[in-house]
Ligand binder design. Sequence first.
Ligand code: SF4
Ligand code: SF4
Length: 293
Amino acid sequence: MEAPDQKILCFPALPIPDFSRWREESSRNPSPHWAKVTTDTGDARSITLWLRACPPYRPTREGVALSSFYIASNALHAQTRERALNLPLKPLLAGYGIGAYGRNGLIAVPGLGTRFAAAAEASFDPPDPLRKWDDHRPLDARCEQCGACVVACPNGALPGNGRVDVALCLRAQAQFQTPRMPDASRDRIGASQWGCDLCQEACPRNAAIAPVSMPEGLERALELKRLLAGDVKPLGEWIGTNYARPARMQARASLVAANLGRRDLTEDIRKLQNSPVEAVRDCAAWALVKLER
Ligand code: SF4
Ligand code: SF4
């Protein structure tokens, strides 16, 4: 599925950099996030880097939110599948000066802010000798007098030095359901069916990136009644089947329905108490208690 508003940038023939600092840091701070990331570039001579803009979506008419990042990321994944390299992309972007790290742990790129997805591809073109790699670039100068993201993060996941405490970040807590998402986090996801954009919404580096309406097909795919029934195929076409797994979306939709005070969906949520998946039963029980308060 294509979203019409996604501008694409391409950075060809990037020399393969020295990722030793990233390797050392990720081995000191192991995280499920790094499980699929590798610095292996096989027989590539250089790297082609793609960026796809993803301006934030306004919520659906029902009030459900979704981070547009997943749509852009899914589209890029399909585009680069043949020669994809699962490299650490943020060090690549910062090291080549394409963008700069902020206190929210995200890279901002001129014209896109932090609102983009990235993907790397193996290239057999000779590397561009004019591209210089520097793995010790400072935080974005705009962060010096700011700190809005640190304040905006509802879970205290941002210490303010450009790192993210993954264990506290709502995005990661949703993705890796072990340990169980804490009750406070379930409240804090609000109406977000997937993703958390609060530290991007607060960031003045995104001031020029205006929100856009969701494509109609995506809006329909996010109807809560549909998601609670496990009908996630339409959503999978937008965000990919890896994210749009039935149980995962059912569990999340029950939290969102409760946070939106949707008592009209109580019976739909009640049915999830018979789900064979423990996380679905658990989220449904939590939602029912919240709706009955
Ligand atoms: S994505 Fe959300 S929870 Fe994670 S650091 Fe940003 S504001 Fe905090
Ligand atoms: S909100 Fe402020 S401190 Fe945080 S990344 Fe953006 S500019 Fe930097």
